[in-house]
Design a protein around this ligand. Structure first.
Ligand SMILES: Nc1ncnc2c1ncn2[C@@H]1O[C@H](COP(=O)(O)OP(=O)(O)OP(=O)(O)O)[C@@H](O)[C@H]1O
Length: 267
């Protein structure tokens, strides 16, 4: 983990500069997952990435997380090349992967324990505050198995926020949840993002979810993933259930659907 950079607002929070990624498979073949991907996220911008299965969305996120080194081009955070996991980044995956033997609060503080060998009183207080914020105040001493899927994902979000990252990477964080919980979690995330602004890169397969949450939507082509279009959502904030019935919401949703579902359109 590298030293934390103080964002100065003059550089983009995230920049992909002609990023390409070729994976060598175990069968001796190779897969071009990403090709010539360039785009930037300004500080505290919320960008959703949408595209067909296998187009390299998770790879993009893993590159900016410092978990995968691109084979072409470069990823940057505040103008510095990403060479490994960074302090200012928090990650939420599709599955919260909680440790079943630890209670909820200890799961939230676990990364600190893992990193420093101990958890400070201030970190425990912060964990309690975050659990309160995600609606789990009364569940701090429960085990993960006693929580619903949505509640477990809230624990994952609290855990990602513990070190107060300026950048939040979210890889289909709500896709394992039922539709109602998913909507609820989207509004919850918007509330958190409004309370504690962050730069968010959010990967999803859901067009309505992308529209409800994002400032801009990056639409990717089928593999090899390229930037097909970047859409300015332009829907007023704060967003609510009413947003879902705005004409512009349907207009953009239909536009993206037309691209994603037209046979061969994303190739
Ligand atoms: N570590 C790896 N080794 C080899 N191939 C990989 C590796 N990671 C990803 N790939 C391949 O790269 C391509 C892009 O995968 P990725 O998971 O980024 O796509 P995705 O758009 O997130 O897919 P989905 O929407 O289905 O989650 C796929 O063909 C995948 O098989």
């Amino acid at each position: 983990m590298t030293t934390r950079i103080e964002p100065d607002g003059s550089r983009p929070a995230i920049r992909f500069d002609r990023v390409g990624q070729v994976f060598n498979g175990s069968d001796g073949g190779s897969v071009t997952a990403l090709e010539d991907v360039s785009f930037t996220l300004q500080r505290h911008e919320f960008v959703a990435v949408i595209g067909p299965s296998g187009c390299g969305k998770s790879t993009l996120l893993r590159i900016i997380a410092g978990l995968v080194k691109p084979t072409e081009g470069q990823a940057e955070i505040y103008g510095l090349p990403v060479t490994g996991p960074r302090e200012e980044v928090g990650i939420v995956f599709q599955q919260p992967t909680l440790l079943p033997w630890l209670n909820v609060r200890d799961n939230v503080t676990f990364p600190m324990k893992h990193k420093h060998g101990r958890v400070t009183a201030a970190e425990k207080d912060k964990a309690a505050e975050l659990l309160n914020m995600v609606g789990l105040r009364d569940f701090a001493h429960k085990r993960p198995a006693e929580l619903s899927g949505g509640m477990q994902q809230r624990v994952g979000i609290a855990r990602a926020l513990l070190h107060d990252p300026d950048i939040l990477l979210m890889d289909e964080p709500f896709s394992a949840l039922d539709a109602l919980t998913r909507d609820e979690m989207s509004f919850e995330l918007l509330r958190i993002w409004t309370e504690r602004p962050k730069t968010v890169l959010f990967i999803t397969h859901s067009i309505p979810e992308a529209l409800l949450l994002a400032d801009r939507i990056l639409v990717m082509s089928a593999r090899p993933g390229r930037v097909r279009e970047i859409i300015d959502v332009g829907l007023a904030r704060p967003r609510s259930m009413e947003t879902l019935s705005e004409p512009r919401f349907h207009e953009i949703a239909n536009h993206i659907r037309g691209q994603v579902f037209r046979p061969g359109a994303l190739a």
